[in-house]
Design a protein around this ligand. Structure first.
Ligand SMILES: Nc1ncnc2c1ncn2[C@@H]1O[C@H](COP(=O)(O)OP(=O)(O)OP(=O)(O)O)[C@@H](O)[C@H]1O
Length: 333
């Protein structure tokens, strides 16, 4: 299917910082009816990409296609885009309903059509009862819902979400993820979400593009990206801790929860590599203990255990199942 948003070799260098490419040949496609997340560390270019898609920033090179049409030179108001910002950006003197109506009036909706669309949009985010309140009379979560209702009310071709949940406290942010997902499903909107939060990307996105220094490092489904990171840098960024140089396998990474501890007398499991070492650290991680083992051949290796039974200084053997080892050699840098 034709992507709703396509970036082709988009480059940008900010005038104040010559020689540094904020965007370095970015190719990106956001398919219809899906949420595509842009995930990456601070300064990697996520917000710059959104500004290019929205038309607030004209890139130095490359093309922006919206629904297959070249939109590179189109001003923002002619791009049919809805935006939700981290700061909500609501009009403080307008009620929730008037905030939602604003964009619709700009699109020349009037009378009963306008009222109905405002009502539907506030209903969609569960705020019909609070339509008459002004932003200062609403909680952070409710304000964010108004911002979402305002963005979806215009039924944009693309919904751009710039860290929409990062101003909410942790519990509310998690609750709002579900809400956002439901609204996107019910409306069938195409969305591009900027986040630096992996869990948020995992839970919300159908596709994830991982960025570093203005470049797309990997693009795939959450499963593809998390199960098979394309490079050591991506594995590091996603929180993989164990990097092992295994004979015949080269550099691999393995999740701590997949590494076993062999007791004396245990048989060697098939298709596993055994590493001998000494426990050097034990940390409580809520769901269990992260045990660091200084191995003879591969340096520190972290394993997860349910109990605190492994005291520092204990000599142990680890079994690393080869089926769980993700190869990193020969992949993109
Ligand atoms: N107006 C600007 N002038 C000069 N440099 C800029 C400007 N806006 C962004 N940059 C630079 O471009 C790079 C990308 O910035 P961008 O805001 O897109 O990053 P980001 O991934 O959204 O970061 P964060 O997660 O911190 O918001 C950074 O190095 C930033 O310093």
């Amino acid at each position: 299917m034709e992507p709703v948003v396509r970036l082709e070799r988009v480059r940008h260098e900010f005038p104040g910082v010559p020689g540094v490419l904020a965007l370095d040949d970015v190719d990106l496609a956001a398919p219809p009816g899906r949420i595509t997340a842009l995930l990456g560390p601070s300064g990697c270019g996520k917000t710059t990409i959104l500004r290019v898609i929205a038309g607030y920033l004209r890139p130095g090179g490359g093309r922006v296609l919206l629904n297959g049409r070249d939109a590179t030179a189109l001003p923002p108001e002619r791009r049919d885009i809805g935006m939700v910002f981290q700061s909500y950006a609501l009009f403080p003197h307008l009620t929730a309903a008037a905030n939602v109506a604003f964009g619709l009036r700009m699109r020349r909706l009037r009378g009963e059509h306008l009222r109905r669309r405002v009502r539907e949009s506030l209903d969609l985010v569960g705020l019909a009862d609070l339509a008459a309140r002004r932003p200062h009379e609403l909680s952070g979560g409710q304000r964010q819902r108004v911002a979402l209702a305002r963005a979806v009310a215009i039924r944009p071709a693309v919904l751009l979400l710039d860290e929409p949940l990062s101003n909410l406290d942790a519990r509310l942010a998690v609750q709002m993820r579900g809400e956002l997902r439901r609204v996107q499903r019910e409306t069938g909107l195409t969305a591009v979400l900027v986040t630096h939060d992996q869990e948020e990307a995992l839970e919300l996105a159908d596709e994830i593009a991982i960025l570093d220094k203005g470049r797309v490092m990997q693009h795939g489904t959450p499963e593809e990206v998390f199960r098979a990171p394309a490079s050591r840098w991506i594995a590091d960024f996603l929180g993989y801790q164990n990097f092992l140089d295994l004979p015949g396998k080269g550099l691999v990474t393995v999740r701590p929860e997949h590494i076993g501890v062999l007791r004396p007398g245990d048989r060697l499991p098939p298709d596993a590599v055994v590493l001998a070492g000494t426990v050097s650290d034990l940390r409580f991680r809520g769901t269990g203990y992260a045990v660091t083992v200084e191995t003879d051949e591969s340096g520190p290796v972290v394993v997860l255990r349910a109990d605190a039974g492994l005291a520092p200084g204990t000599a142990i053997r680890l079994s690393v199942p080869l089926a769980r080892a993700v190869g990193l050699d020969g992949r993109a840098p």
